[in-house]
Design a binder for this molecule. Structure first.
Ligand code: CUA
Length: 325
C-alpha cells in the first residue's frame, strides 16, 4: 500500500494553497519572483523572436556579417544596471520576509512542540502537555481573537532530514547536534500532508508527516485523550504479557506499563494514529498484524526487527495493541 493510498481524501500539498502563516508570505514572495522572471522571459523571448524574423536569411544575400556594434555605453549600462536592480529588489524583499518569519516571537500561550526526525519517522513531543506521539502533528487553529501559533523545535536522532508541510510553512532542515526552530499559525482546520525534504536513506520517501489542525475545543479534547495513560483491559492482559515479555519494550513506551523504550514510536495511543510505519499502511488490525510480523515486508529497511513470534503470540499481541486508543 502506498503513501497516497493510505492518505487519500487528504488535500494536495501545494505551496500555492497555503492555510497558515508563514506559508502565506512564502506564496506571496513566490508570486513576486514568478512575475519578475515571467517579465524577463517575455522580454528576452520577444526580442529573440523579433531578431529571428527581422534578420532572417533572405534570397539573394551575399552571406557577409552585418555591421557589428562595439563599445556602446548605453547598451552596456542597460544590460548591467537593469539586472542589478532586479537582483537588489529580489534580495531585499526576500531578506525582509526571512527576518519577519525568523524574528516572530512566541506568545506566552503558544503551543510548544519538539519534532525529532528519525530514520524513518517523526517523533512529536509536547513538553508542556506531557504528550509523546508520532508522525501526526496535532495543533489548534489560530484566529485573530485568540492567536494560538505552534512553535516547533526541530532535532534529529540520526541523519539530516527536512521538515516541510508546503501549505503550512517553508522547509526547515533537521540536523543532528543542532536545534532549529520554526513556527506555524494555521487559519483553517484540516489535514495537511508534509514530506521529508532531505534525502535521508532508503525510506526517505516513507516518512509521512501530517499536520492535523483542530478547532480549539476539539484540540483540547485530543490533548486530554493523549494525556491519559494506556488503558488496561482485563481481556487484553494476555497480549500485554506478550508485549512486556519480548523485546518490544526496549524500543517502545506504553505509559502505564513498564515499557519505556525510546528508540521507536510511543505506543500509548497507537490506535489514535491513522497510519503505520509513518504512512506505509492504514492503521488497521490486519495491517498491524502484518507489520509486527514482518516490518520490512511493508517498509524495506525499517529499523524495527521481525520479532519471530508464533501465530498465537501474534494474535494475542495484536489483540492488546488494538486496545491502545
Ligand atoms: Cu528524512 Cu528524508
Amino acid at each position: 500500500m502506498s503513501l497516497t493510498a493510505a492518505m487519500e481524501a487528504v488535500s494536495t500539498p501545494s505551496m500555492f494553497a497555503p492555510v497558515s502563516t508563514p506559508a502565506f508570505a512564502i506564496r506571496d514572495l513566490s508570486f513576486l519572483v514568478l512575475a519578475v522572471v515571467t517579465f524577463i522571459f517575455v522580454v528576452v523571448a520577444g526580442v529573440t523572436l523579433y531578431a529571428i524574423v527581422r534578420y532572417r536569411r533572405r534570397p539573394g544575400e551575399d552571406g557577409r556579417d552585418p555591421p557589428q556594434v562595439y563599445g556602446s555605453t548605453q547598451i552596456e549600462l542597460a544590460w548591467t544596471v537593469v539586472p542589478f536592480l532586479i537582483v537588489i529588489v529580489l534580495f531585499l524583499t526576500t531578506t525582509r520576509y526571512i527576518f519577519a518569519i525568523e524574528r516572530h516571537a512566541a506568545p506566552a500561550d503558544a503551543v510548544e512542540v519538539t519534532v525529532v526526525g528519525n530514520q524513518w519517522w517523526w517523533e512529536i513531543r509536547y513538553p508542556r502537555l506531557g504528550i509523546v506521539t508520532a508522525n501526526e502533528l496535532h495543533v489548534p487553529v489560530s484566529d485573530d481573537a485568540r492567536p494560538t501559533p505552534t512553535f516547533i523545535t526541530l532535532e534529529s536522532a540520526d541523519v539530516i532530514h527536512s521538515f516541510w508541510i508546503p501549505q503550512v510553512a517553508g522547509k526547515t532542515d533537521v540536523i543532528p547536534g543542532k536545534t532549529n526552530r520554526t513556527w506555524i499559525e494555521p487559519r483553517t482546520p484540516g489535514t495537511y500532508v508534509g514530506q521529508c525534504a532531505e534525502f535521508c536513506g532508503l525510506q526517505h520517501a516513507g516518512m509521512l508527516l501530517t499536520v492535523i489542525v483542530h478547532p480549539k475545543n476539539e484540540f483540547d479534547r485530543w490533548v486530554a485523550a493523549q494525556q491519559a495513560t494506556a488503558v488496561d483491559l482485563p481481556e487484553a492482559r494476555a497480549g500485554r504479557e506478550v508485549f512486556t515479555s519480548v523485546a518490544c519494550i526496549s524500543c517502545h513506551t506504553v505509559r502505564g506499563t513498564f515499557a519505556n523504550g525510546v528508540f521507536g514510536p510511543d505506543l500509548t495511543h497507537l490506535m489514535s494514529r491513522a497510519t503505520l510505519g509513518a504512512g506505509m499502511a492504514r492503521n488497521t488490525r490486519e495491517n498491524l498484524r502484518a507489520w509486527v510480523s514482518d516490518p520490512a515486508a511493508l517498509k524495506p529497511g525499517a529499523r524495527m526487527p521481525a520479532m519471530k513470534l508464533s501465530d498465537d503470540q501474534l494474535d494475542r499481541l495484536v489483540a492488546y495493541l488494538v486496545t491502545l486508543r
